[in-house]
Design a protein around this ligand. Structure first.
Ligand SMILES: O=C(O)CCC(=O)C(=O)O
Ligand SMILES: [Fe+2]
Length: 326
């Protein structure tokens, strides 16, 4: 089943109805589409071409990028590898990855492109966050944007999903035997995430009933935005950080699936604590204790359940106040 998510046009002035549908989408699914985002087709094609060149290198070469820059296949799943570029200095981060194996001219072009993309997405996240705050009421931007979100920073992952191989896919089959998990079920560790998926599809979100899955289909010119664990906690659980995953078809899978995921996060020192106005909207009952962002990230990264940083426990496991402690 596929899901018709609302489309939020970021180039238009905010209106009552657009804010209402934004807030509803964030509560119901934790997902929506954004259009007129400013990432040109040209930038996307260049990014894809350059990244394809990197993923096409031999494993030994790619490992030279180091574990913080490159996640090889078999960490998150046998079908997933990923290149990480971190802000605020996206140029330096990209350069430190590719310095190991390419010539200087290619390095610079690649790193410039990553910087351009990283900065564009940071700007987009800032705009989206302001719109989300506005959807709670007029004065929330004034009161909280700078003080709470002013130090947010971003990083992105360039993801390459490869064709499933019959030998490897046994442990990763879904209930639907024709599908395998390219990236296991997880919530994101961000405030918000922006995903640019190609036209192969496969992104799925878990329904509120905890059982059903819905397809989030690729949509022309639109990016997918989702709420992550940090914003879920900051809104006292009002906005949903949904579990999601990427599935690949075992048969008829043509070529690789390519995606870009940009994560916009609080800085490590930030103490995450929902403001009273936000808590007030949920009968005044606080459901998350305050926590330091860095402690939550370490909890996720050291999580035994998933070898990969994103798969496993969530902020619910980390900071939810049990009923009898409220
Ligand atoms: O590849 C995608 O479409 C989504 C990836 C994702 O959910 C993630 O990297 O957190
Ligand atoms: Fe994700």
């Amino acid at each position: 089943m596929s899901l018709e998510l609302p489309v939020f046009d970021i180039s238009k002035p905010l209106s009552e109805s657009s804010l209402r549908s934004l807030q509803d989408a964030c509560k119901e699914w934790g997902f929506f589409y954004v259009t007129n985002h400013g990432v040109s087709g040209d930038m996307y094609r260049k990014l894809r071409r350059f990244s394809g060149g990197v993923f096409g290198l031999g494993d030994e070469e790619k490992m030279k990028m180091g574990a913080s820059n490159y996640t090889p296949r078999f960490i998150a799943s046998p079908f997933f590898e990923s290149l990480r570029v971190s802000g605020p200095d996206f140029y330096a981060s990209a350069k430190s990855s590719v310095d190991a194996f390419s010539d200087q001219a290619t390095d610079e072009e690649f790193s410039e492109l990553m910087k351009e993309y990283g900065e564009k997405m940071t700007e987009l996240c800032e705009k989206i966050m302001k719109a989300i705050l506005s959807s709670f009421g007029d004065d929330l931007i004034q009161k909280y944007y700078e003080s709470e979100f002013g130090n947010c920073h971003g990083y992105f992952r360039i993801n390459n999903y490869t064709i499933p191989d019959q030998e490897q896919d046994h442990d990763h089959r879904c209930d639907d035997q024709d599908l395998i998990e390219g990236l296991g079920m997880h919530t994101d560790m961000s405030c918000i995430t922006i995903v640019d998926q190609d036209d192969i599809g496969g992104l799925q979100v878990r329904c509120k009933d905890g059982v059903g899955m819905m397809d989030i289909n690729p949509k022309d010119e639109a990016l997918v935005v989702n709420v992550g664990d940090l914003l879920h906690a900051w809104t006292n659980g009002r906005l949903r950080s949904s579990q999601h995953r990427v599935v690949l078809k075992r048969r008829g899978f043509v070529g690789n699936r390519f995606s870009l995921a940009f994560f916009w996060c609080f800085d490590d020192e930030k103490v995450v604590f929902a403001p009273d106005e936000v808590v007030g909207g949920c009968d005044g009952m606080r459901v998350f204790r305050s926590f330091k962002c860095g402690d939550y990230l370490r909890f996720r990264e050291s999580n035994e359940k998933g070898k990969f940083e994103k798969v496993g426990d969530t902020v619910e496991d980390f900071a939810r106040i049990e009923d009898d402690r409220r």
